[in-house]
Design a protein around this ligand. Structure first.
Ligand SMILES: Cc1cc2nc3c(=O)[nH]c(=O)nc-3n(C[C@H](O)[C@H](O)[C@H](O)COP(=O)(O)O)c2cc1C
Length: 365
């Protein structure tokens, strides 16, 4: 099971949207890798719902508005960004393309989109940051605070500008689709920023692999407080679906949150992330930036998320489809496509700026 390489010297002529990249990626990738990438948890109800919920949201256009001089600029955690698209942390990118995260980082640099480097990246954070684009780092709390601190210091030294701490996957989701086809990581594929893992201690007879295994070492709110005090980088808590947790994250010192259900990969029948967003945005009431992911496939989806309270959106699978098909060129093309789609949607909705989008008329069909 190896990454397919460069089947196309150029972007295929019929690729004009994220969905087109999905079609080509599915045709090229090893079916087991595709199942890992595309699949979700359990019966994939949340995975489907993430997309269906965006489809159900309708936009009422506003005509004859003057949008000349409009733009998609924003400031996020003190940084000026040209547009609100961020590449979400996605692990093991060499599964999809031989250049893995380096190719994603090159595209991020060209398109000035922050790349959130996964804790499970197959390239070192130093090499990824060395590609010149804006880089963030995603952390899973490690078994000890010393190990987490070592990761944080490494990300800081590499020049990462923000941290995401992912809290919605203290234990792996039940990924039945990947299980059915027997997906496992190829031999030799390692997380380049983590020390080699020893075997977990054996469980006592009758012990639960969940409660006495993984979950014994799982982080809690005190660890998030510790993390936000440890670093001067802004820390975003990723994987929030409940307004109480959003508030709690800010009290723990987070600079912001990511409303996300991990692309439907962890808890099946969790609500569509876009449906969870309005209540969270209402509760935070502008107190901190809200990032959003899970189901963004179009610039119009980004528009809807911003209208419902997000400051910026992260994309997961779509850029990995593009990476699989055409490497850095594909990812850059996808980002440009999404940005154009957003701009056209803004023009048709009579919005000059991202702030104007907040007033847009979005409704359930
Ligand atoms: C193959 C794959 C690997 C992922 N790896 C990580 C990871 O290492 N850390 C993390 O916080 N999220 C991870 N995610 C979740 C993404 O960051 C993001 O939340 C999700 O993909 C957004 O949904 P979307 O794919 O519908 O855009 C992964 C997602 C996919 C598809």
């Amino acid at each position: 099971m190896s990454a397919p390489g460069y089947p196309f010297a150029v972007i295929p002529a019929d690729v004009v949207s994220a969905g087109d990249y999905a079609r080509h990626a599915e045709a090229m990738l090893d079916p087991r890798v595709w199942a890992y990438l595309d699949g979700g948890a359990g019966d994939e109800i949340t995975l489907r719902e993430n997309l269906a919920a965006f489809e159900a949201l309708k936009m009422t256009p506003r005509v004859l508005a003057d949008v000349s001089g409009g733009h998609t600029r924003l400031t996020l955690a003190g940084e000026a960004l040209a547009h609100p698209f961020i590449l979400a942390p996605v692990g093991w990118q060499k599964l999809f393309h031989p250049q893995g995260e380096l190719a994603s980082a090159q595209a991020a640099g060209v398109m000035q989109a922050p790349l959130a480097v996964s804790c499970m990246a197959t390239e070192t954070v130093e090499a990824i940051a060395g590609q010149g684009g804006p880089v963030w780092f995603q952390i899973y709390m490690q078994a000890t605070r010393a190990a987490t601190e070592a990761l944080v210091r490494r990300a800081e030294a590499a020049g990462c500008r923000a941290l995401l701490v992912t809290v919605d996957a203290p234990i792996g989701g039940i990924r039945n689709r990947a299980q059915r086809v027997g997906f496992s990581l190829p031999l030799g594929m390692v997380a380049a920023n983590l020390p080699a893992e020893g075997a977990p201690p054996p469980l006592k007879a009758g012990a639960s692999a969940v409660f006495d295994g993984m979950m014994r070492a799982a982080p809690g709110w005190a660890d998030i407080e510790w993390l936000t005090r440890l670093t001067r980088l802004p820390v975003f808590v990723k994987g929030i679906l409940h307004a109480d947790d959003a508030e709690r994250a800010l009290s723990a010192g987070a600079a912001g949150i990511v409303v996300s259900n991990h692309g439907g990969r962890v808890l099946d029948t969790a609500p569509a992330a876009i449906n969870a967003l309005p209540a969270i945005a209402a509760r935070l009431n502008g107190a901190a930036p809200i990032l959003f992911d899970s189901g963004v496939r179009r610039g119009s989806d980004a528009f809807k998320a911003i209208a419902l309270g997000a400051d910026a959106v992260m994309i997961g699978r779509p850029y990995i489809w593009a990476l699989s098909v055409a490497g850095a060129l594909g990812v850059a093309h996808l980002l440009r496509t999404l940005r154009e789609e957003l701009e056209i949607t803004m023009a048709l909705m009579g919005c000059r700026t991202l702030t104007d989008i907040r007033q847009a008329s979005i409704c359930h069909a």
